[in-house]
Structures are given as structure tokens and as C-alpha cells.
Design a protein around this ligand. Structure first.
Ligand code: B3K
Ligand code: ZN
Length: 878
């Protein structure tokens, strides 16, 4: 990087100089030379400085022609900047600007802007991809009405799609045809989409509650039509749910989804034309795991819900990203919770938050939910903006209650419809609808780091008073050393020594409250005094994970008690996990002292109890059976020890598998499915419980491994087949090579399934895995240009295999850096996203940390590094 790329700061926001009321686009599609003609009706923004020039973003565009109010613009009146932008000098206060540019979609490997995949055309414009298609003020606070005409070869490109409603089509002569689309709703440029090619559609329809019939289509490659049923079903359920729960109805005549196998992320909510990674559309029992089915439901819902939270009401600038993302994740979480088990959904979401967001918040890339600055906005589509952002929305929901929250949503939408707004507008609507002062909650958006919550308590038998002292502290994060206390809603209850709930009455209250109540901790330390408590109670805190904090220091015996007795399923699950984690960390310390790890009979008892009552809720039982992951344990340690953690976890899995072998086998056998594959929550739960049992049995020894091999051969669905193959991939057995070879031969024609084959090998704990990963990188089926494939190998290894990634030779780090350096010039966005694991060097031993830094420096020293990779590597080194 010759010059350091520019940092964009939130405080520097200024309104756009010009607004664009209408955009008429005309595409003549061709893989190597697409011509994009644009007609913009512009006018000076009354809210901006009166002398600012008309500046349009552009990137990699070849300008063919520019006309202002019908006249060709002389070169003296237009400047092409080094950054690719186009500036018009002495622009009138209003007028028509026409430009014509040439682009080459076939050469676009960055998959941002207009690109081809498998010979078809697709776009991706969020965050700043529209400028790679045409000159435009490419920022979300410029909202315009679009009409789009597409012309292409009829035989090769029979389907022509864009946003909004269809508005005519016809013959264009010379074997070409055209179609026109009009979107009646003003939108920012990042929501523009075009999809064209040889695609087939799976049609359906939805009638809105006001009686409008909406045509639904999922567009896929020929041959994939049979795998769209679940996506369509999820879409229809999402549309209905948003009407019922939020009163929000769809607002166009058509809703199109197009699936593409080359895509930088999961999916994109373009108005009326969502573009999806095939991973989140295509599913059949033979090819998709239960996790994939659930992922499809979540992502379909998420993108659909953006139609209101994101599209109709959008973000003023990219610092407000969580305004649409945190809120929309909250909405998709609520949707899924309503479809099945709310408790299991909450457990999974918290597991995900702790696995991805907590480490981010404790590392060099820690940033507030609303960041203060960025170099490349694509780097900020993070677990903090999405998942922690959703937790902050949930805090508000908990604080003001569901009725006021719904009123707040109505108010937010009615006040801000068709506008680009800020997080203050959202919190302000919630405040006005609830009559509660929510200004202190803004700190959750602007302060980075995960607060630690500690508890002390005391009981006075003479006065029958019980005092709960809650304390909070947020550790410093880069650039934010001083932290303020946050308002933390703590959902809680008190239990007597039999586990029965005690009614609670705080000093000053007239009546006792039964069940769960919410305490608001809003200072650094606060006492909550409960009256009339008959005996020393056990507090159950943070029910339902009422705030994204680390609850610390709860004694082991209380955790054991809560794991069995609490009425709140989240606290039962979490207490079990915290108990196991504390025990495992003690064993890690033993291993570090050169001693053998021990075993706690309490863990075997817990497994036995879980199995005994598993039938009531198999999905919950499966969650409770799984030991805390290696990453979660590493995140609890000041300085991680990946080898010792792996050794302890492996040891405990073997011990549990041995001690509880009979019960595990009995449960395993009782859950063997006979009927057809079903995708309801209970069937999924039964499969995950059965596979959790199998994992323990395989850890215990040969018989279990043989059982896995048998399951692999007999499986009729991908969930069971892959679960068994992953166990084999970790074991020393001839069934391993045979299984992997057979799987590859069977699925080599199916990209999404083949990704799984790469991932399970990348995550294997066997010795020699790094060499195996290098060999897979050179495999003929590996394709660095395909983001799914790159993530399936490189991402799975770096994020999902701490044991080998942190190999003391530094080979794991070197592999990752090599891959990032190779990928960066092809697709900087996907390369930058892979860098993260190298950033956690401070949490490793000094020697390892030095090796990690060396690789980061090697990335940073690469000539012409993308600004996204520059930002990630340089921040990681700080
Ligand atoms: N809004 C898109 C993400 C775009 C990422 C750009 N680098 C998907 C989503 O959150 O719904
Ligand atoms: Zn989103």
C-alpha cells in the first residue's frame, strides 16, 4: 500500500450536495462489454452547502459519454478523479445528467457490482458496489425512484430481472430481447439489483392480509428446481408472520429470489429481487443438513424482513448499519423462536454470540455496535453489528415490554417511511412510545467491549432481608480505555433450597411478584434488597440471557443446583455449561503443570440425568449434552492453550462416553429413525440428540467408531451421514479413507455438498492435518475464486480448528497468510474476512504471538493490498 487508505469518521457526516429524484438505467448486457446508460434527474439538496460540486462515485468504469440537459459535456466541465469518481463543474441547481459507461462483468472476480457466475449475470451493490456499475452518488441517504431496461441475447439470457414490478418486455431484433422494470418505492443505490441469464423459476403466490396477490418466484439453475420447496415455504411463513406480529405487509406485485453459487455472503435484500447464495436456498434431505435447513429459514426470513427494516426505512450512513442489521436479526430470531422452541433458539443464538462476538469484542477489531470510524465498510458486517446489535434491540424490548415495543415499531416506521435515518430515530421512537427515558441505552451503541457482571449476596435472618449486590465493569478496548457503566436489565428470580420459586418483593414495593422480574443495574455497583425472604435463597440471574454480558464468579455448587432446578431453560442450560467450563479450565491448568486431567462424576451424573429426561425436549437435551467448545474455553483464558484445551475436552468426551456408554447407546438406539425424513423441530431435535450420543460413543473407543461407520453407510439423509463422516474424519480407522473417498465420488458434482467434504477434513484433529489442508488447497476441486469453497477450506481451518491452526511450528498461520495473499487480488472482501483469526495473537503465548504477527506483517507488506485487507491486518497488528 503506497499511501495509507483514508479513514472515514462518523463525526464528519455531511448531507449529500445533490439529490437524485429519478434514475433510468439501460443495460445492454454482454459478458465482456456491457454498456450501462444512465439518466439522472438531479437537484441541489436544500439541506447542503450551496456551492458544493456535483460529484458522482465511480470505480473501474470506462466513460463513453456524458451529457448535461441534452448537451454533450465538454471535457473541461467534467473531471475524472484518481479514485474513479466523476465531478461536474458549474452544475445547474437542477437538471438531467446522462452517462454511458462500459464494464466487463466476466472479469469481475470481486463479486461486487455486476458480475457473471456460470454464464449468468448478477449484481451485489451493498455497501459500495453500485459505483462499479454506473456513476452515482453511492451513499444510502440518496434515495431515488428507479426504472431499468435490460437488453440481452434471447437464447443465452432468456430471463431478465430487476427491482420492483415488471413493466413490459419485447423483441429487440438481431436475436436480442428486452424487459423493463419499475420500482415505485424510492431506494438507496445499495438496493439496486439485476439478475439475468438462463434460469428457471419455481413459482408460488401469497395473498396479503389486505387481499393483494403477490407473485413469488425463486430463480435457480436448471436442475435445482426440486430443491427450492423449503425456501419457498420459509418465505411464505415469513410474510405471514410479519403481518401478524408487526402488522407489516409486502408492498410490490412480485417478490423474486435468485440463487447464485458465487456470492460474498449469505444473501442480499435488494428491493423486490433478493439475491441469495445457493447455500441459503437449495435443500433436499439427501444434500442438506438440519443446520442447512435452519439456515435457509433464518436467512430467507431475515432478507424478507429487511423489506421494512432496511429498505422502506434505511440508514442515513454506514455507521448506522446496525439500525437495519441488529433490528432485522432481532426480528428473524423472534420469527424462528415462534416457529419452534423459543428456549432452544435462544440457547443457539447465545452460543453463537459467545463464539463469535465475545472474542471480537475482546480483540483488536473490537468496535462499538455503531462504529466511530472505518477504512472499508465491508469489514464492519460483523458479529458486533449484527448479533450484539440484535441483543441491544432485545434489551430495549425487555426494558419497555412487548406492547410498548410494538407501538415503538409502528411509530418508527410511520415517522421514517421512505427516509434514511439514524439509530437515534429508532431509540427515540421506542422512547416516545413507552414514555421511558432510553437515552442511557444509547451507550450500548457507542461503547465497545463486553461488560462483566459479578454478584455478591448476603442474607440476614433477623430482618429476613436478602441483599443482592450487582457490579459491572467493561474492560478497555482499542481506542476506548475509559468505560462508563451501562444500563443492564437483569431478568432474575429467587429459588428456595428445594428449587421452588420464591415470590420477590423489593424494599419499597407493596406486593410481592411471582416468577421472573427484571432488575435494572444502571450504575457501577448497586444493591437490591429483597424483603420477607424466609431463608437464604439461590439467585437465578440473567434469565433468557437478558443482556450480552459475562456473568462471572457464580459458585460451582450454585451452578449445579440451577442446572437442575431453575425454571428458566436458558439458565438451566447455561449453568450446566458454566459448571463444565470451570471444571475444564481447572483441568487445563493441571495439564499445564504436567499432570493428567481428572474427571468429575458430577459430569457423568449430569449426562445421565439429561438422557433420562431427554424425551421431553430432545433438542434441549442435545444442547445440554454438548460440552463447551474449544473456542469458548480459550475465550475464558487470559492466555489460551489450544493443545491443553483440546486434550482436556477429548479426555472428558472419552470419559463421558465410557462412564455413560450404556445409557448413551440406549438413547442412540431408541432414536433410530424409521419413517421418512422430517424437518419439524422435534425430528431435528431427535437427530441432534442421537448424533450427540454417537459423538460420545465414538470418543470412547472402537465400538463407537464402528457404530459411526455403520451410520455413515446406512444414512439416508445428509445430517446423519455428515455427522458420522465428521467423526470418522477425526478417527484412526480404515473407514475414514473409504468414507471420504466414497463421499467425494458421490458428491463431486454438487458444490454445496463438496464444500462439506472440504470443511470436515479442514477441521480434523488428526495429526498431519495442516499438510492435508495444503493438499486440499491444491486439489482440482478447490477453487479460490468461489467464496463458499474458499471459506469451506481456509475459513473452516482457521476458525474451526484451533488445535492445528495454532500449531507451534507456525505452519497453520503461514497457510492462512498464503491463502489471504493469493485471494486478495481476486476478491479483497472475502480475503479480508479470513484474516480475523490471526488478530488474536495477544491471547497466545509470546512465541506463537510472534509467529502470528510475522504473518500479519507479511500480509501487510504485500504490494497493492486491498484497503479491506490493509485495515484488517494493520488493526490486528496494533
Ligand atoms: N445486507 C446484506 C449484507 C451485505 C454485505 C456487504 N458486504 C445481507 C444482510 O444482512 O441481510
Ligand atoms: Zn441483514
Amino acid at each position: 500500500m503506497p499511501d495509507s487508505p483514508k479513514t472515514i469518521r462518523r463525526g464528519d457526516y455531511a448531507p449529500p450536495a445533490f439529490l437524485i429524484d429519478t434514475v433510468d438505467l439501460d443495460f445492454a448486457l454482454d459478458p465482456m462489454a456491457t454498456i450501462v446508460r444512465s439518466r439522472l434527474a438531479f437537484r441541489r439538496n436544500p439541506a447542503a452547502a450551496a456551492d458544493a460540486p456535483l460529484r458522482l462515485d465511480g470505480e473501474g468504469l470506462t466513460l463513453l459519454e456524458a451529457r448535461l440537459d441534452g448537451e454533450a459535456l465538454p471535457e473541461s466541465r467534467r473531471q475524472l478523479g484518481a479514485d474513479g469518481s466523476l465531478t461536474i463543474t458549474d452544475a445547474p441547481d437542477a437538471g438531467i445528467l446522462e452517462t454511458s459507461v462500459r464494464i466487463a462483468p466476466e472479469r469481475n472476480t470481486a463479486l461486487s457490482g455486476l458480475y457473471t457466475s456460470g454464464g449468468n449475470f448478477y449484481t451485489q451493490c451493498e455497501a459500495e458496489g453500485f459505483r462499479r456499475i454506473t456513476f452515482f452518488p453511492d451513499r444510502p441517504d440518496v434515495m431515488s425512484r428507479y426504472s431499468v431496461t435490460i437488453t440481452a441475447d434471447r437464447a443465452r439470457v432468456p430471463v431478465l430481472l430487476s427491482n420492483g414490478n415488471p413493466d413490459g418486455s419485447g423483441d429487440a431484433g438481431e436475436g436480442r430481447h428486452w424487459a423493463r422494470w419499475v420500482d415505485p418505492h424510492p431506494k438507496p443505490s445499495y438496493l439496486f439489483a439485476l439478475v439475468a441469464g438462463d434460469l428457471v423459476n419455481v413459482p408460488d403466490s401469497f395473498t396479503t392480509r389486505s387481499g393483494r396477490k403477490v407473485a413469488l418466484n425463486i430463480w435457480v439453475r436448471r436442475g435445482d428446481e426440486t430443491r427450492c420447496g423449503h425456501a419457498m415455504d420459509s418465505l411464505i411463513r415469513s410474510m405471514k408472520w410479519d403481518e401478524e406480529v408487526f402488522g407489516l405487509e409486502y408492498d410490490l406485485d412480485v417478490f423474486n429470489i435468485a440463487a447464485v453459487s458465487d456470492f460474498n455472503m449469505g444473501a442480499m435484500e435488494n428491493k423486490g429481487l433478493n439475491v441469495f447464495n445457493t447455500k441459503y436456498v437449495l435443500a433436499s434431505p439427501e444434500t442438506a443438513t438440519d443446520g442447512d435447513w435452519q439456515g435457509i429459514e433464518t436467512v430467507i426470513a431475515h432478507e424478507y424482513f429487511h423489506n421494512w427494516t432496511g429498505n422502506r426505512v434505511t440508514c442515513r450512513d454506514w455507521f448506522q448499519l446496525s439500525l437495519k442489521e441488529g433490528l432485522t436479526v432481532f426480528r428473524d430470531q423472534e420469527f424462528t423462536a415462534d416457529q419452534g422452541s423459543r428456549a432452544v433458539k435462544r440457547i443457539r443464538d447465545v452460543r453463537g454470540l459467545r463464539a463469535a462476538q465475545f472474542p471480537e469484542d475482546a480483540g483488536p477489531m473490537a468496535h462499538p455496535v455503531r462504529p466511530d470510524s472505518y477504512i472499508e465498510i465491508d469489514n464492519f458486517y460483523t458479529p458486533t453489528v449484527y448479533q450484539k446489535g440484535a441483543e441491544v434491540v432485545r434489551l430495549l424490548h425487555t426494558r419497555i415490554g412487548p406492547v410498548a415495543f410494538r407501538r415503538g415499531m409502528d411509530l418508527y416506521i410511520s415517522r421514517n417511511d421512505n427516509q434514511a435515518v439514524t439509530i437515534e430515530d429508532f431509540v427515540g421512537a421506542m422512547q416516545d412510545a413507552s414514555g421511558t427515558d432510553l437515552t442511557p441505552f444509547m451507550r450500548w451503541y457507542d461503547q465497545a467491549g463486553t461488560p462483566e457482571l459479578t454478584v455478591e449476596d448476603s442474607y440476614d435472618p433477623a430482618t429476613r432481608r436478602y441483599t443482592l449486590t450487582l457490579r459491572q465493569r467493561t474492560p478497555p478496548t482499542p481506542g476506548q480505555v475509559e468505560k462508563q457503566p451501562l444500563p443492564i436489565p437483569v431478568a432474575m428470580g429467587l429459588l428456595d433450597d428445594t428449587g421452588a420459586a420464591l415470590p420477590t418483593r423489593l424494599a419499597g414495593e407493596n406486593a410481592a411478584q411471582p416468577g421472573t422480574r427484571v432488575l435494572l443495574l444502571d450504575g457501577a455497583v448497586q444493591d437490591f434488597v429483597f424483603e420477607d425472604v424466609p431463608a437464604p435463597p439461590v439467585p437465578s440471574l440473567l434469565r433468557g440471557f437478558s443482556a450480552p454480558v459475562r456473568l462471572k464468579g457464580v459458585p460451582q455448587e450454585r451452578l449445579r443446583f440451577l442446572a437442575v432446578h431453575d425454571s428458566d431453560p436458558f439458565v438451566r442450560w447455561d449453568s450446566g455449561q458454566q459448571y463444565a467450563a470451570a471444571f475444564m479450565l481447572e483441568q487445563v491448568a493441571r495439564v499445564q503443570r504436567g499432570e493428567a486431567p481428572g474427571f468429575a462424576p458430577a459430569l457423568a451424573d449430569a449426562v445421565a440425568n439429561t438422557l433420562a429426561s431427554a424425551d421431553a425436549d430432545p433438542a434441549f437435551a442435545a444442547e445440554a449434552l454438548v460440552l463447551p467448545g474449544e473456542g469458548f474455553l480459550a475465550d475464558q483464558m487470559e492466555v489460551a492453550d489450544p493443545e491443553a484445551i483440546h486434550q482436556v475436552r477429548r479426555h472428558l468426551r472419552r470419559q463421558i462416553g465410557t462412564h455413560c456408554g450404556a445409557a448413551l447407546l440406549a438413547t442412540y438406539q431408541a432414536l433410530t429413525e424409521t419413517g421418512p425424513y422430517r424437518i419439524d423441530g422435534r425430528s431435528i431435535g431427535r437427530r441432534s440428540l442421537r448424533n450427540a450420543c454417537l459423538a460420545y460413543l465414538a470418543a470412547a473407543g472402537e465400538d463407537g467408531v464402528a457404530l459411526a461407520a455403520a451410520q455413515y453407510r446406512a444414512a439416508t439423509n445428509m445430517t446423519d451421514q455428515l455427522a458420522a463422516l465428521a467423526l470418522l474424519a477425526d478417527a484412526e480407522t480404515p473407514a475414514r479413507e473409504a468414507g471420504l473417498a466414497e463421499f467425494h465420488a458421490k458428491w463431486r458434482g454438487d458444490d454445496l455438498v463438496l464444500d462439506k467434504w472440504f470443511s470436515i477434513q479442514a477441521m480434523s484433529s488428526r495429526p498431519g492435518t495442516i499438510a492435508a489442508v495444503r493438499a486440499l488447497y491444491a486439489h482440482p476441486d478447490f477453487d479460490l475464486k468461489n467464496p463458499n469453497r474458499a471459506r469451506a477450506l481456509i475459513g473452516a481451518f482457521a476458525s474451526g480448528n484451533p488445535l492445528h491452526f495454532h500449531d507451534s511450528s507456525g505452519e497453520g498461520y503461514r497457510f492462512l497468510a498464503d491463502a489471504v495473499i493469493a485471494l486478495d487480488p481476486i476478491n479483497g472482501q472475502t480475503a479480508a474476512r479470513l484474516i480475523g483469526p490471526l488478530g488474536l495473537w495477544r491471547r497466545q503465548w509470546v512465541e506463537r504471538g510472534a509467529l502470528m504477527r510475522r504473518e500479519l506483517q507479511r500480509v501487510l507488506d504485500t504490494p497493492n493490498l486491498s484497503k479491506g485487507s490493509f485495515e484488517k491486518a494493520s488493526k490486528a497488528l496494533q
